[in-house]
Each structure stands twice: as C-alpha cells, then as structure tokens.
Ligand binder design. Structure first.
Ligand SMILES: CC(C)(COP(=O)(O)OP(=O)(O)OC[C@H]1O[C@@H](n2cnc3c(N)ncnc32)[C@H](O)[C@@H]1OP(=O)(O)O)[C@@H](O)C(=O)NCCC(=O)NCCS
Length: 113
C-alpha cells in the first residue's frame, strides 16, 4: 500500500504480480485512488519499488503492461526508466471489447536520469 506521508492516507497500491527467482524477473502493477491522481505519488512509488526490486530483491528484469491509450500509465513507466518494448495486438478483453496491450521493460543495468 502507498500512503501519503503528510496525512497517512492510503492513496493506492503497487504490487509484483509474479516473481520468478529463477528467471530473475517480476511484473509490476499499480492502482491509485482518483482523488490522489496527478500528484506524482504513482511515479515516486514506482521508482522506489523498482529500485528495491533491483537492488535488494536482486531481480534483473521488471515488466509492466498498459492498455493502449492509458497515457498516464505509459508516462509514469517512462519516468521510472521503463522502455516500450512492443505492442501485443488485441491481447486484452475488457467488457467484451478487445484492446492492444503495450509491454514495458526495465533492466537492473539500464541507466536513467
Ligand atoms: C496510471 C495511474 C497510476 C497514474 O497515477 P497518477 O497519480 O496520475 O501518476 P503521477 O501523478 O505520478 O504521474 C502521472 C503522469 O502522467 C501524465 N498524464 C496524466 N494523464 C495524461 C494523459 N492523458 N496524457 C498524457 N500524460 C498524462 C501526468 O502529466 C504525469 O506526468 P508529468 O509528471 O510528467 O506531468 C492512475 O491514473 C491510476 O491509478 N489509474 C487506474 C489504474 C491503472 O490504470 N493502472 C495501471 C494499469 S496498466
């Protein structure tokens, strides 16, 4: 869970959806309460958690998926040093509708500002 340090309020969550120690790999996912969007919390938590994954959990590769059109999610991944690696066409079905899914990856030895 991600808390706002000033108030202690829970503002969202970030998780590792799957971890493979053998492949040194995990998939990152997150959701935030709409009332707290646009404050930079999602970006800050993503950077902290992914750094922890590389440095302390010794996971080499991290992945994240976004639905095509989720510009905020694409943006926070790029700000956290993830690179767009490709698009899987019509991979996701939501409420009967197909959507492209975009794959992002970050490696422990990728360098980002
Ligand atoms: C995706 C999500 C976590 C982003 O949270 P957030 O609070 O907006 O994130 P931040 O404030 O840290 O950063 C958002 C960035 O995206 C940008 N952004 C937001 N909406 C945008 C849009 N429509 N187009 C382009 N950029 C956009 C913001 O400007 C900001 O970038 P900046 O700091 O360079 O200005 C939040 O929208 C969410 O929980 N969505 C629902 C669940 C979800 O989509 N999860 C991800 C599944 S892949």
């Amino acid at each position: 869970m991600v808390r706002e340090s000033r108030t202690g309020a829970i503002v969202g969550c970030i998780r590792l959806n799957s971890i493979s120690r053998q492949a040194s790999f995990a998939v990152v996912g997150y959701e935030y309460d709409k009332r707290y969007w646009g404050k930079g919390y999602a970006t800050e938590a993503l950077i902290a958690v992914t750094n922890h994954c590389h440095k302390n959990m010794l996971l080499y590769r991290l992945e994240a998926w976004t639905l095509a059109g989720n510009e905020a999610s694409d943006r926070i991944l790029q700000k956290a040093g993830f690179r767009l690696e490709g698009t899987q066409r019509q991979k996701m079905i939501l409420r009967g509708q197909h959507f492209d899914q975009r794959l992002f990856g970050r490696l422990a030895d990728d360098h980002f500002a």
